[in-house]
Design a protein around this ligand. Structure first.
Ligand SMILES: NC(=O)c1ccc[n+]([C@@H]2O[C@H](COP(=O)([O-])OP(=O)(O)OC[C@H]3O[C@@H](n4cnc5c(N)ncnc54)[C@H](OP(=O)(O)O)[C@@H]3O)[C@@H](O)[C@H]2O)c1
Length: 262
């Protein structure tokens, strides 16, 4: 069998004509992934709870990549706001082909010192928020028989870490949710995959980055012996959103500098 594996002149990673809704898109990994998708020619909507930050991030992407980029305020834990977010995305972008669930929080501490309210807060954003956003976009993706769902889990969804009980529980749940969603939607031309980032220097990690112990821990935990650079998340997002990943679903893609290889 000598069938061509790709067609000459076809860029498997080109997202021209695709639209992406990126929660947590105002900063950190969400912003980096939105910029990556725009660099591959997708139009994007960036969502966070603060409209000024979401709009400023969108303006930067528009300026840097010449794509349509919209900032929108929504709290992903509130069903009515998620519905309004989808309506705004469909109005502004025409449709949502790609959903990136990057909105997330972490509350650290020994289990005995954390409150039930803190546990609920982490689960609400990381698990319920992700679930609500997945649920919202499916009808449109099903109607068009094409969709890409990319959920941000974590290396801490694959391995444990002391002082992270709510966060690790939430990210393990995101991985399992993604697998079940992949099985449920494959028949509709939709893929669902999880990215498991290792340590990236975003606002979420400032408490660790600011401490000597934290810095040493990150260097020790990764095979590459360093923090990731923000742009190192982009390839995974572009890949999973593109036709290059058409046969990839239910997968967890670690971008963790080898954290979970050991
Ligand atoms: N950084 C890492 O090393 C790392 C490693 C593994 C996994 N991750 C995961 O990657 C994702 C992004 O992390 P990050 O480091 O980029 O975090 P970040 O810099 O703290 O950004 C979090 C983003 O989520 C938004 N957000 C938080 N709660 C929200 C809510 N209820 N509704 C809507 N938006 C909300 C924030 O905006 P507002 O506050 O304005 O709403 C912000 O845009 C998270 O799911 C995180 O768990 C990160």
């Amino acid at each position: 069998m000598n069938e061509p594996t790709s067609l000459p002149g076809i860029n498997l990673f080109d997202l021209t004509g695709r639209t992406a809704l990126v929660t947590g898109g105002s900063k950190g990994l969400g912003y980096a992934m939105a910029a990556g998708l725009a660099s591959a020619s997708a139009d994007v909507m960036l969502v966070s709870r603060h409209v000024d930050e979401a709009q400023a991030a969108a303006a930067n992407i528009s300026r840097d990549f010449g794509r349509k980029a919209i900032g929108h305020a929504a709290d992903v834990t509130i069903p009515a706001e998620v519905d309004a977010m989808l309506a705004a995305a469909e109005r502004e972008l025409g449709k949502v082909d790609i959903l990136v669930n990057s909105a997330g929080i972490n509350i650290r501490g020994p289990i005995a010192e954390l409150t039930p309210e803190q546990f609920d807060e982490v689960m609400n954003v990381n698990v319920k928020g992700t679930w609500l956003c997945c649920r919202a976009v499916l009808a449109g993706m099903r109607a068009r028989k094409w969709g890409r769902v990319i959920n941000l889990a974590s290396s801490l969804g694959l391995v444990g870490l002391a002082g992270r009980t709510p966060y690790t529980a939430s990210k393990g749940a995101v991985i399992q949710m993604t697998r079940s969603l992949a099985l449920e939607t494959a028949v509709d031309g939709i893929t669902a995959n999880a990215i498991c980032p290792g340590p990236f220097l975003t606002e979420m990690n400032l408490p660790i980055a600011d401490s000597e112990d934290g810095k040493k821990f990150v260097v020790g935990a990764t095979a590459l012996k360093r923090w990731a650079r923000l742009e190192e998340i982009q390839g995974a997002a572009i890949y999973l959103a593109s036709d290059a990943a058409s046969y990839v679903t239910g997968a967890t893609l670690a971008v963790d500098g080898g954290w979970t290889a050991q």
